[in-house]
Design a protein around this ligand. Structure first.
Ligand code: FNR
Length: 183
């Protein structure tokens, strides 16, 4: 078993999501001691505080996958200059009931791709605020705001050769960040 299990939370449910492709591509750029697994958030109900004492099975599954992971990777698009609701919904679920959040203390990276020119900068900034409150140790630098253009992915959906060096550099820092925080 890999030494570092990483729970990957992708903020898009879209079948052909660029961010899913980016997450899949990053999974190929990490060293073999890392194992990245995308957690499912598509079947989570809308968060309702009335259900805190009786969380859905999908919520329990999400919480157990986050708990078991040594680190987190958020890969998100930007929706209307913020993070998508599905991502915030997942974050809220795993933060509750009060006092039973599974986020605290986990090291994390935040990255994202969008077709807009600011490449998810504002979505990432909003996400960072939320993660700071939840006591997630989010890597500050380097930042990666990925503008989706021709060549970002090849025909097979892998990260294209011209984009690999930039993303590999980000991944190398991310790997070091996780290792620094996991004893
Ligand atoms: C978008 N998109 C978008 N892009 C951006 O750069 N900034 C933004 O604020 C928004 N806002 C926005 C809102 C909504 C509701 C949608 C559906 C889309 C475009 C977005 O970058 C594009 O749809 C990406 O393809 C979404 O990422 P995935 O699904 O490909 O991972």
């Amino acid at each position: 078993m890999s030494q570092y299990q990483i729970a990957v939370i992708v903020g898009s449910l879209r079948q052909d999501s660029f961010n899913k492709k980016l997450a899949n591509g990053i999974a190929k750029l990490v060293p073999s001691e890392f194992s990245l697994k995308q957690v499912q958030i598509s079947d989570l109900p809308l968060y309702d505080q009335d259900d805190d004492a009786n969380q859905a099975d999908s919520v329990k599954r999400l919480k157990s996958e986050i708990s078991a992971a040594q680190g987190l990777l958020f890969v998100t698009p930007e929706y209307n200059r913020s993070m998508p609701g599905v991502l915030k919904n997942a974050i809220d679920h795993a933060s509750r009931p009060y006092g039973q959040s599974v986020w605290a203390g986990k090291p994390a990276g935040v990255i994202g791709a969008s077709i807009g020119s600011i490449g998810t900068a504002l979505a990432q900034q909003h996400l960072r605020n939320v993660l700071a409150y939840l006591d997630v140790a989010t890597m500050g630098q380097p930042e990666a705001f990925i503008h989706v253009r021709d060549g970002l992915f090849d025909a097979q959906g892998n990260i294209g050769p011209s984009s690999v060096p930039f993303i590999q550099n980000w991944v190398d820092h991310y790997v070091a960040w996780i290792k620094k925080h996991v004893q």
